[in-house]
Structures are given as C-alpha cells and as structure tokens.
Design a protein around this ligand. Structure first.
Ligand code: NAD
Length: 490
C-alpha cells in the first residue's frame, strides 16, 4: 500500500520533525508491515513542549479569554470533522480498527460529541456566590471561583486513541488549560493530526503541543515528573497507572487515571431472552481491546449447560465474520501488535493449563496473512480464581463462570481488582437494578442499557482508575476551585 503521510511534531506553534530528524516505523496491525513513519521525539523535544505549554499558560490570555478559546477549539473541532476520512484511514491502517468499528467508537461517534461537549462547557459554573456572613465585626462575602488547573499532560493508549484524545484534549483546552498530548507509540499519526489542524486554525503557540515517540515510557515519564506540568490525564494499563502515581508523588501531581477492567455481565435465571443475552456476550468489538469490554459472563449453574450450547452455536455462527478489512459490517480486526498477540495467546494457554474448557477459537489463524489476529475465543468451566478470570487479557477472549444464586453472582462479579463496567439482565427490572446497585463498578447497564456517552461520567472503581472523564465531571478534572472572601464593615 501507499504509505500514510508522515506526521510532524507540533511544539510551541511550529510543525516540525523530531530533533535530528529521528523517526520510526509505524506498523500496520492488519498486515504486520510498515504503513508509515512518525517522528521519534526526544527528551529535548518534550522539554521544549513543556516549556511552551507552561509559558502559554502563565504568560498569555488563553486561561482567561474564554471567547477566544471557544472560537479556536470550535474551529479545531470543525477541522476534525472535515478530516473524517483521514481519521478513518488512520484508525484502520495504524490502529487496526475494523470498518464497522470506525463508524462507531473509533471515529464517527467521537465526532458527534463536540456539540454536547460545548453545551456542557457552557454550563460550567465559573463563579458562585456562597452568601455573606458576619464574623468578628465584619461582613464576609464568599465566592467560589473555578479556574483552569494549568498545564495538562495527556497520555493516550492505542486501543481507541481518537475517542480518548477527544475526551481529554477538548475539555482541557475549553477550560483554559494548555496541553501536551502524547500519543501511544503504536498510534502516533492519529494524535499528530491534532497538532496539524490546531496549527491550521491558528492556535497560539504553546497552547496545544503534540509529541510522539517510539519509547513507551520516556516522554510520558517526563510529563509525570516535571513540576511545570500540573495535571496528568492518563488512560492505559493499571500497571503504568500505578507507576505514574508513584513517579508523580514528588511533585504532588494531580492525576486522572483511566485504567483497565475485567467487567462482568450477570445473566439472571429469569432473563427474558436467555439465548440472546448469552449469545450476545461474544467478545468481538475491536478484538476485545476495550477497557470497558465485558469479558466475564456469569450464568446460573442451573442453566450452565444451556448457556454453553448457546455459545457454541453463537461462536460457530460468527464463524468468519471477522478479520476482513474491506467489510463495512466487520467489527473485529487484528490485535495492535505482535507483542499483544503473544500476550493474549499466553493467557489462552494459561486458561488451558488451569483446566478451563475451550469451546471456540484459541489460536492465531493461519489464513489471514501476517496481521496480528487471534480467533474469537471462549472458555467455559472457568472459576473466578483463574488467571483468565482475574487479569485483563485485552483480546477477544470471553470466560463463562457459573453461579449458584443472586448473592453468589454479586460476590463473583465483585471478586475482582477491577471495577469499570458491567451488566445485569433479568425479566424483572427491579431485581436487576438491585443487583446492579451492589456491583462495585463505575458504569453498569441494566438489560442492555448503554452506560457510556459524551454526557455520562466514565471512570472506574478500585484498580480501574481515579476520577471521571466525559460528562460535566470530565471538565472538573481540568478545573481548580478557589474560595475568595471579601470583607467589608458590618
Ligand atoms: P500502557 O499503559 O502500556 O500505555 C498507555 C500510554 O502510557 C502510552 O502512551 C504509553 O506510551 C504511556 N506510558 C507507558 N509507560 C509509561 C510511563 N512509565 N510513564 C508515563 N507514560 C507511560 O497501555 P497500552 O498498552 O497503551 O493500552 C492497553 C491498556 O490500557 C489496557 O490495559 C487497557 O485496559 C487500558 N485502557 C484503559 C482505558 C480506560 O478508559 N480505562 C482505555 C483504553 C485502554
């Protein structure tokens, strides 16, 4: 194929190559081949970006000129919409998205979020009068004032990079923060496009900076440890999230962490359409590379054999409806990298070693070229203490766990370090809701309810994260709260 256009770093208002022209290969997950090149940003490049973002926050009117911000961020959003087809090509070629997924979370859905983001921004209460009290012979008028939090380091993973970038960068810029965006090494070009378009619409130097690089940790750790950066907004693995917390401690970094998940759907014994509830649990979207993907299916012991038969049939019917790059209905492509494929295959082996029974998939296919594919995979006879039930696989692997009764189902669902998403299905909505209320998780759908949207706060309990993205809470992550008290004679 023709190579994707090479991206450029965007630092202090200038689009440019990395220091010394360093660049690295961008590997396409569908083929395992080079699809483009990206600048390999150095420590000096990141240093320049941090200095520029700090200066833009401290010495320009970006934090205080709301009209200017609204205008420029609006223009950036319009440009992103105009560039929809480029974003789609990048999501597919660089990110391994399937076309059916591009029309959803990868590109089209985040492009529909802008209007609502602006509406929520307009609802931010910048100043609130907390009333006047008399104390020590004076009147004290108290005000609550919201202010931008400062310089934001936005660290992005590779799985749905554009979606996550929109969720961080647009609210941070609108609230008056300046931003250094660091894309994942696997998906640099879809991040660099933001710098290109911000430059095109005339962003002031330093307000948005985009620095890509091959090393997974170097540039991100610079953001985390530098005292000129006020906030780290991170989405990625729990292991790196913990490291960021540790490395951010000396500068008391304000952290927003969106981490991993091992979410469970509980199908209750009275589920109205048991076959759809169980069969619909196939993990296929983006080959299971989603933090909120539901990868544990809890079914009643009394109906376990029935559930197993339904899944055998469903996986059989799903057959080869995946891994086809030209099929617009396809939602499952390859994994992001050879390394990720090895990791997923390692988990599948551990499931076999620990005695789980494979009823579908389990291998890397031999008929799909050199792309990083793993077959849609399903394990039954899984107990919740197995590694495949406890750890995030981030691949197309569903594990099916039996439970005795509602109490047991709640216990199993909560017996996890994670708490990001989940679901409960029952003919009795009240029963389902009372089970859902007891699951320790940041979002949960009842009877298929969609719990993720631009106006709904998203974030995890426990090891799934700290803080919320999207919704009004997504703006709060980038705001400080100041109390001002004005005294006058009583
Ligand atoms: P990762 O944690 O390895 O990397 C994420 C980002 O952090 C990348 O940009 C990487 O370069 C950077 N990074 C790596 N080491 C760093 C360090 N020491 N300091 C600062 N930055 C560092 O995750 P990944 O492999 O890119 O993505 C997969 C993981 O992300 C999965 O575990 C998945 O659950 C999680 N994820 C979570 C969400 C969510 O919203 N909760 C969304 C997407 C992905």
């Amino acid at each position: 194929m023709t190579l994707l256009p090479e991206g450029q770093l965007y630092i202090d208002g200038v689009l440019r190559p990395a220091q010394g022209g360093a660049r690295y290969e961008d590997i396409g997950p569908w083929t395992g081949e080079v699809v483009g090149y990206a600048p390999d940003g150095s420590a000096a490049d990141m240093e320049a970006a941090i200095a520029a973002a700090r200066r833009a926050f401290d010495a320009t009117d970006w934090p205080t000129n709301a009209a200017k911000r609204r205008d420029l961020v609006g223009k950036l959003c319009a440009k992103l919409r105009e560039n929809r087809d480029r974003l789609a090509e990048l999501a597919v070629e660089e990110g391994g998205a399937a076309l059916g997924g591009v029309a959803f979370a990868h590109v089209d859905r985040p492009l529909t979020f802008f209007e609502k983001l602006f509406e929520m921004y307009d609802d931010v209460e910048w100043e609130k009068d907390l009333g006047t009290v008399e104390m020590m012979g004076k009147k004290h008028r108290r005000l609550l004032i919201k202010e931008p939090a400062g310089v934001v380091g936005a660290i992005i993973p590779w799985n749905v990079p554009f979606y996550i970038t929109v969720g961080k960068v647009i609210p941070a810029l609108l609230t008056g923060c300046t931003v250094i965006l660091k894309p994942a090494p696997e998906t640099p070009l879809i991040g660099l496009i933001l710098g290109e378009l911000a430059h095109e619409v005339g962003f002031p130097p330093g307000v948005l900076n985009v620095v890509s690089g091959k090393d997974p940790a170097l540039l991100g750790e610079m953001l985390v440890t530098d005292k000129r950066v006020d906030v780290i907004s991170f989405t990625g693995s729990t292991a790196v999230g913990k490291r960021i917390m540790e490395k951010g401690a000396p500068t008391l970094k304000r952290l927003f962490l969106e981490l991993g998940g091992k979410s469970a759907t509980i199908v209750l014994d009275d589920a109205p359409d048991f076959a759809s509830a169980v069969g619909g649990a196939i993990v296929c979207f983006h080959a299971g590379q989603g933090c909120a993907t539901i990868t544990r299916l809890l079914v009643p012991k009394s109906r376990y054999a029935e559930a197993t038969a339904i899944l055998e049939h469903a996986y059989g019917a799903y057959g080869q409806m995946w891994g086809k790059q030209d099929d617009p209905m396809n939602v499952m492509g390859p994994l992001i990298s050879a390394r990720q494929r090895e990791r997923v295959l390692g988990y599948i082996q551990s499931g076999l070693d620990q005695g789980a029974r494979l009823i579908a998939g389990g291998k890397a296919p031999t008929d799909k070229g050199n792309g990083f594919f793993v077959e849609p995979t399903c394990f039954v006879d899984v107990t919740n203490d197995m590694k495949i039930a406890q750890e995030e696989i981030f691949g197309p692997v569903l594990v099916v766990i039996p439970y005795e009764d509602d109490e047991d189902a709640i216990r199993i669902a909560n017996d996890s370090d994670y708490g990001l998403s989940g679901g409960v299905i029952s003919a009795d909505e009240g029963r389902a809701m009372s089970v859902a209320r007891r699951i320790r998780t940041g979002t949960i759908g009842v009877n298929g309810g969609m719990s993720m949207d631009v106006d709904l706060p998203f974030g995890g309990y426990k090891h799934s994260g700290v803080g919320k993205e999207w919704g009004p809470e997504g703006f709060d992550e980038y705001l400080e709260t100041k109390v001002m008290a004005v005294a006058s004679p009583a």
